[in-house]
Design a protein. Structure first.
Length: 336
């Protein structure tokens, strides 16, 4: 046992060092150190590994428990983003919008065996949660799915590609536009929506993806230099796209609601850029782990609803996954 303990303690120290290094990833611009930024993708498993060491040393009654135990406490305070206890408003705002965001993975249209119940599941979700605004990433124009409950819509396909994005609204859309990012199929849409005699700017965000399958076996089958290049390029493009969206949002003149798939975790540089300017609905009133995507065996949160500081987050939920590879999220945004 002494030899085993020594080996495990050495591994414990390595995991602790990596988790400690990850503390600086939200502050390092990816265009400067893209590979260091990649540590933000490993925070979830590093947290799990360090927690496992805490449990092991607790059963072994060893003082070595303090290495990971103290580090996990620091991580919780530092990130404040990987577990929430929930605190929905007991005093709802007089004016509210229910905003749902969902990456639908093209409604599984390009899977070898798509779910035949996609249409029914999408309709059931809309009827159950009754959002005022529905933001869809990776939209695919299926005639079998009806969005008639929404009187107004903005659907945009860039360069006639099948992958698009959509904003559906029960309230009038008076202005709309798309960013049409270069060198990617990802995109961001925006719309000015009049609700309760007020105008709000709503963004449907889908930042650069890594173009890798969400499983370890796919990574093992690909050359390491290809993986490094794709991750580095994705982080740089995310930084560039996030900067463009944030600069645009500052000029809106209206309170902003910004939601969608950032394709990165709450421990990343791009998340921090958004969170510095806008409220993260999950961080304000969410509960539980809040994960929206699963990479093989561990969950991560890459889908978000942000709101202007002048607005109020009355409620937030991470919903069950009806189909596809993401879980939809639902937030209630209020104001006076």
């Amino acid at each position: 046992m002494k030899l085993i303990d020594k080996i495990l303690y050495a591994l414990n120290v390595v995991a602790a060092i990596l988790l400690t290094l990850s503390f600086i990833t939200p502050y390092i611009a990816p265009d400067s150190f893209p590979l260091l930024s990649a540590l933000s993708l490993l925070v979830s498993p590093l947290l799990a590994i360090n927690l496992a060491f805490v449990i092991y040393w607790l059963f072994r009654l060893k003082k070595r428990i303090w290495v990971s135990a103290l580090l996990l406490l620091i991580a919780y305070v530092h990130f404040n983003a990987f577990w929430k206890w929930g605190s929905e408003s007991a005093d709802p705002s007089p004016k509210q919008l229910k905003v749902m965001s969902f990456n639908v993975e093209l409604f599984e249209a390009y899977r070898d065996t798509p779910d035949p119940e996609v249409n029914a599941k999408m309709q059931a979700m809309i009827e159950e949660h009754d959002p005022d605004i529905l933001l869809i990433q990776e939209f695919y124009d299926l005639e079998t799915i009806s969005f008639d409950v929404f009187a107004h819509k903005y659907v945009h396909f860039k360069n006639n590609r099948p992958l698009g994005h959509a904003i559906f609204s029960k309230h009038p859309i008076i202005t709309k536009g798309a960013f049409d990012f270069n060198r990617t199929g990802n995109n961001t849409l925006y719309a000015d929506i009049v609700a309760h005699q007020d105008t709000l700017r709503v963004y449907n965000v889908h930042l650069q993806s890594f173009k890798l399958a969400p499983n370890v076996s796919d990574l093992q089958d690909r050359p390491r230099n290809l993986i490094r290049r794709r991750i580095s390029e994705a982080f740089k493009l995310q930084q560039e796209q996030a900067a463009a969206v944030l600069e645009h949002s500052r000029q809106s003149g209206y309170p902003v609601i910004l939601a969608g798939d950032l394709n990165n975790t709450a421990f990343s540089y791009v998340y921090r850029r958004f969170a510095l300017e806008y409220q993260d609905a999950y961080a304000q009133v969410g509960s539980g782990l809040g994960s929206t995507f699963t990479f093989d065996f561990y969950p991560i949160r890459i889908d978000y609803i942000f709101a202007d500081q002048s607005l109020r987050i009355d409620a937030f939920k991470t919903l069950g996954r009806p189909f596809g590879d993401h879980r939809p999220i639902l937030g209630t945004i209020g104001w006076e």
